[in-house]
Design a protein around this ligand. Structure first.
Ligand code: AMP
Ligand code: TRP
Length: 351
């Protein structure tokens, strides 16, 4: 039986902790995505079993130009592989290619109180001052819960901003388990200590984000050329007291952010970073050194990216393979969910 074969696959693999994370193919991928998410995903690949999902259906919660969405989906896949996601160790796939996600979302919708969703801060932010808000935008975290729960996920590595959504996935899983019996693993959010919140270079009080990445001076985009990177960092907002130290003071947020970027890239401790800058002559030096490490970090990624894009048929093959692998986990899980809630399964109807 198909179901047994798939269960056998997922049971043997379950010896390792399972990791699931996602990223939207909307806007330009920026340094915060890379330092807060991709870099952590790449580093965790060895010892864990990983699923990384390009969540194109989440992107649809706000209008996307169709041709652009498709193009950005492929570019993002190429960038993830270029950043070091290894298709032999991790399953990288596009969400809409695995229909179980949409189906799971529907079933979970039916047991999620609307109040839980209206309380989500991302929803409140994104719907603020909008004339019309789609049902999809409100439902976004339930689709995300479906993503996570279909894979019996133990860990969800995300930036700070997504913690509330992962916590909601836990609540939904617990509620389902209570009503229908033990079905879902309860996932844990894993937030990196540094890099969880890279701030805008034009305004260090707001998070660097894909949706603002087109605004001049806000973000380093992963595909920016070296000169652009240097220029953006040179223009970064700082303060006037010329003290190069980590600090939680809002007026030091700019310097703190630059030091944070340097710290995640170099892997040095807080003390080491501060001593690296002891001899610096002002913020000009700080910015030059930060530019240097950012440029050095992104150069090989850009090179690999253009190699991948030169032969995109290989990229397509990898995405097809990724979706097949993902389905071999998600489809039997969905069967289990459907059976528990009393939906008709193929075996229930005799020809
Ligand atoms: P998004 O750009 O919202 O699709 O986010 C994709 C991933 O990158 C998520 O894990 C986010 O938490 C992470 N992320 C996005 N922006 C930042 C940022 N400025 N700092 C750290 N992590 C971020
Ligand atoms: N909402 C996440 C973000 O914007 C992306 C995402 C969708 C995700 N599904 C997920 C992250 C499942 C982790 C796990 O960053």
């Amino acid at each position: 039986m198909m179901e047994d074969k798939f269960n056998a696959v997922s049971n043997t693999a379950k010896l390792k902790k399972r990791v699931f994370s996602g990223v939207q193919p909307s806007g330009d991928v920026q340094l915060g995505n890379y330092l807060g998410a991709f870099k952590q995903w790449v580093q965790g690949q060895q010892e864990k079993e990983n699923f990384f999902c390009i969540v194109d259906m989440h992107a649809l919660t706000v209008y996307q130009e169709p041709a652009k969405l498709l193009e950005q989906t492929k570019m993002l896949a190429a960038l993830l592989f270029a950043s070091g996601i290894d298709p032999n160790r991790s399953t990288l796939f596009v969400q809409s290619q695995v229909t179980a996600h949409a189906e799971a979302c529907w079933i979970l919708n039916c047991m999620t109180p609307i109040g839980w969703l209206e309380r989500m801060t991302q929803y409140k932010d994104k719907s603020l001052n909008q004339e019309r808000v789609s049902v999809g935008l409100l439902d976004y975290p339930v689709l995300m819960a479906g993503d996570i729960l279909l894979y019996d996920t133990n860990e969800v590595p995300v930036g700070e901003d997504q913690k509330q959504h992962v916590e909601l996935s836990r609540d939904i899983a617990q509620r389902f388990n209570r009503i229908y019996g033990d079905t879902f693993v309860i996932p844990e959010p894993v937030i990196p200590e540094v890099g969880a919140r890279i701030m805008g270079l034009d305004n260090p009080l707001i998070k660097m984000s894909k949706s603002h990445a087109h605004i001049k001076g806000h973000a380093i985009r992963l595909l920016d050329d070296d000169k652009e990177i240097e220029r953006t960092i040179k223009r970064a907002v700082t303060d006037s007291d010329n003290v190069i130290q980590f600090s939680r003071e809002p007026e030091k947020a700019g310097v703190n952010n630059l030091l944070g970027i340097y710290k995640v890239i170099t892997g040095r401790t807080i003390n080491q970073v501060e001593s690296d800058f002891q001899d610096a002559r002002g913020y000009g030096d700080l910015k030059a050194r930060v530019s240097e490490v950012v440029i050095e970090e992104l150069q090989p990624i850009k090179k690999k990216y253009s190699e991948i894009m030169d032969d995109s048929s290989e990229l397509d093959r990898l995405l097809i393979r990724g979706a097949e692998r993902a389905r071999s986990y998600a489809d039997p899980k969905l069967m289990d969910i459907k059976e528990r809630v009393g939906l008709v399964l193929p075996g229930n109807l005799v020809k």
